[in-house]
Design a protein around this ligand. Structure first.
Ligand code: FEO
Ligand code: CA
Ligand code: CA
Ligand code: CA
Length: 572
């Protein structure tokens, strides 16, 4: 196809080549601009981002957080609010003004903490059509690791959730490492707690952590955030139950800034990637959930109640059944119910030690399940299995076998794959499904075996480590990558991380966007008129080699970017 003929087809754009530039690259006929970046104030009493100091705890608490990931827009009564996860912070960036990129004092640690959580803010277009944060909107809000959050559902009040500060086991403080997201048909935002473990430590590094906590990666050392130095609840030797209060999906009402977010324990506790919600044929709310860790599992929640387009759905995620996926080699699969009968655990224990419950029923170990995306035009689902260098070499932390299996067919899987499943009877609540691999990422320039990838992968569109995924309203699957950007060896010709677009009927995949240096492309949502696509760029320059997006010698900053057609047409 010629470039113009390509542009006129199903995709509406011509594929772009890879590159290693320090900018966003788009096809001809598209343009981008920043909407909000790390440290941009949400309130006029807060100073603008300062490259020299990179802010303070106080300024950060009222500004857009760092390392944005999943995000959604919600529109009501003509107002649009954006909810964005701020997953974590690159210590050498946020503390880049300090020796060795380490916090110099308690305020530095607190600033790092305040850069985590969720940023909720109103956005509006100015007269020239540029999307901007509406500073001081009554909807603007930061939810941080210090915000009050309710623990709800089957695990609420269980002894394992009780701490000295909260003997009720129902009032958690904060949410952090919020990775992917979800949105419900009843207008709430779901934020998913992923690598919550890396923030806990023990004053005594020899402190022995329980086997239950080890399964979740808790140890006596944190990843350098230092939170236990400013807040004792992050010291696991003093508060061994505090980690049990993290690792959930949290539901937020984006139009009520005074509402208390709710941790939905019914959806299980693990390193939650995203929460893809779909209403099944029988009216139940189904939520698909990945646990992003090597050799962990793919889950499904099915609500007890049914969705009502006119009624109150506020407790639909409070009660329901939790399942884990088992894949058979004959391209069939089933959802195994996690119940007291199948696991020998109580309903509450299943929601707290969900990984152990899933291991006990023989679930299929996966190559790091990242985002799940459900096709709005067809009854089918997709999950990005990002990579797994341990496949075929090492069991998961629970000891489950991770030899190759049907959906995870390659040892030492550095490239990842995208798995598709089609529920029986076109019903997301059905317990059986058929599966296949939509794409096996690889490098056909370097390999001529399974590592070359599936037939729909070629020199022109190759990528590694699919991660963020979302369907647009037309049924095109957008695929974002969080992979190796060395552009050498196994990854030669792949350039920077990118966003591609897949036609799930033909299998064709085309590159749409290339991100700046050392970034991950993650987070995708649309304006209500679908003429703007919002794309997240996370941690540009995570190894110190970017000045995106402002250039010069500026500090690189994660942010949300508006992508539009130059002719103002629909995009997705
Ligand atoms: Fe935060 Fe699994 O990505
Ligand atoms: Ca991810
Ligand atoms: Ca990832
Ligand atoms: Ca990331």
């Amino acid at each position: 196809l010629t470039r113009d003929a390509q542009a006129a087809d199903r995709f509406g754009f011509a594929q772009i080549p890879t590159n290693t530039s320090d900018t966003i690259t788009l096809p001809k006929g598209f343009e981008w601009e920043p909407v909000v970046q790390w440290g941009d104030p949400l309130f006029s009493d807060t100073p603008e981002f300062d490259d020299a100091t990179r802010g303070t705890a106080a300024s950060q608490a009222r500004a857009f957080g760092d390392n944005n990931d999943g995000m959604s827009t919600f529109t009501k009564n003509g107002r649009t609010v954006m909810a964005v996860n701020n997953e974590y912070t690159n210590r050498k960036t946020i503390w880049g003004n300090r020796p060795e990129g380490k916090p110099a004092d308690a305020d530095d640690i607190e600033k790092g903490m305040m850069a985590h959580g969720i940023s909720v803010f109103e956005v509006a277009q100015d007269t020239a059509g540029h999307w901007q944060v509406v500073k001081d909107s009554d909807l603007n809000r930061r939810i941080t690791p210090r915000s009050e959050i309710a623990l709800t559902g089957p695990a609420a009040g269980h002894d394992l959730l009780k701490t000295d500060a909260d003997p009720s086991g129902t009032k958690a403080l904060g949410t952090w490492n919020n990775c992917g997201n979800g949105e419900t048909p009843w207008g709430t935002y779901l934020t998913c707690e992923e690598n919550f473990n890396g923030y806990f430590s023990a004053a005594d590094e020899d402190h022995a952590v329980s086997a239950e906590l080890k399964r979740y990666g808790i140890s006596s050392k944190d990843w350098g955030y230092g939170w236990a130095k400013v807040d004792e609840r992050f010291d696991v030797s003093k508060n061994p139950n505090e980690p049990n209060r993290a690792g959930y999906v949290v539901e937020i009402d984006p139009f009520d800034p005074t509402s208390t977010p709710k941790k939905r324990t019914a959806l299980g506790r693990f390193k939650h990637e995203n929460a893809e919600v779909v209403i099944a044929a029988n009216g139940k709310a189904v939520v698909y959930l990945g646990d992003d860790e090597r050799g962990e599992f793919l889950y499904r929640f099915v609500s007890e109640g049914t969705y009502s387009a006119t009624g109150d759905n506020s407790d639909l995620l409070e009660t329901g059944a939790l399942y884990v996926a088992k894949f058979h080699d004959d391209l069939r699969g089933e959802w195994l119910a996690l119940t007291p009968d199948t696991t020998g655990m109580t309903e509450a224990e299943i929601r707290i030690h969900t990984r152990q419950a899933a291991s006990s029923v023989g679930a299929t170990t996966m190559d790091r399940p990242e985002w799940v995306a459900v096709n709005p035009t067809k009854v089918e689902s997709y999950v990005a299995l990002t990579n797994n260098k341990n496949r075929g070499k090492k069991p998961n932390k629970g000891g489950d076998d991770t030899s190759v299996n049907g959906p995870n067919p390659r040892d030492d899987n550095r490239y990842g794959q995208i798995l598709r499943w089609v529920p029986d009877n076109a019903d997301h609540a059905a317990d059986g499904f058929a599966w296949d691999l939509y794409a096996l990422a690889g490098n056909p320039d370097v390999h001529d075996d399974a590592y070359a990838g599936s037939e729909n992968i070629n020199s022109g569109n190759m990528f590694n480590s699919p991660d963020g995924m979302a369907f647009d309203s037309t049924g095109l699957l957008w695929i974002q990558t969080d992979g190796k950007y060395s552009n050498e060896g196994n990854f030669a010709g792949m350039g920077n991380n990118q966003m591609l677009c897949g036609d799930t009927t033909t299998g064709e995949i085309r590159r749409f966007l290339v991100g700046p240096k050392e970034c991950e492309v993650t987070g995708l949502c649309w304006s209500p008129d679908r003429r703007t696509m919002f794309v997240g760029i996370q941690h540009p320059g995570e190894k110190g080699n970017s000045h995106f997006p402002r250039g010069g010698s500026s500090v690189p900053r994660s942010g949300v970017f508006a992508v539009r057609r130059t002719d103002g047409g629909l995009i997705g």
